[in-house]
Design a protein around this ligand. Sequence first.
Ligand code: FES
Length: 186
Amino acid sequence: MVFSCNFLASLGFLYLRRVEVGMDISKAYAELKEFSAEQLKEVDDITSKHRGRPGALIPVLEKVQEVLGYLPAGVLMKVAKGLNIPIANVYGVVTFYSFFTMVPKGRHNIRVCFGTACYVKRAQRVFDKLSDFLGIDRGGCTEDRRFSLETVRCLGVCGLAPVIVIDEDTHGQVTSPRRGKAKLAK
Ligand code: FES
């Protein structure tokens, strides 16, 4: 565990070192433009309230993700600055825990089960159809931020394979992409 965190932190450092010294820095800060002044102020308030407190990073990131919806590189830099900690630490934590995301999420999250039972029932085909229809790949989000597309491991309802989950609703035996498209178009 310690090794993994250190390893990820090192990778994060390498990546963010590039951000710090390379041309990506302007891109990282440009990402902040999509957030309102109120949202960014809220981020500042959260970080300043926790500055200097041991173990504050994860709760701070959770709150910031709640406010902004996701944690792009520019926000990680802002959090690191606000907490006065190395940016590599922030990046290491965000990439280690799957509940943090550096890409935006759509208002509706579609998860296609890639567990064994679903896979043998052609979950890949279902995924490919959805991917084509939405124009996004795994982990992606449509430009209008309406849909995100993910794959997951067994959802525990293998008898319904192939299974997809749209937000909180489980759909089993998804064999008709045409019906699925109609539902998504609504
Ligand atoms: S493999 Fe998909 S629900 Fe179990």
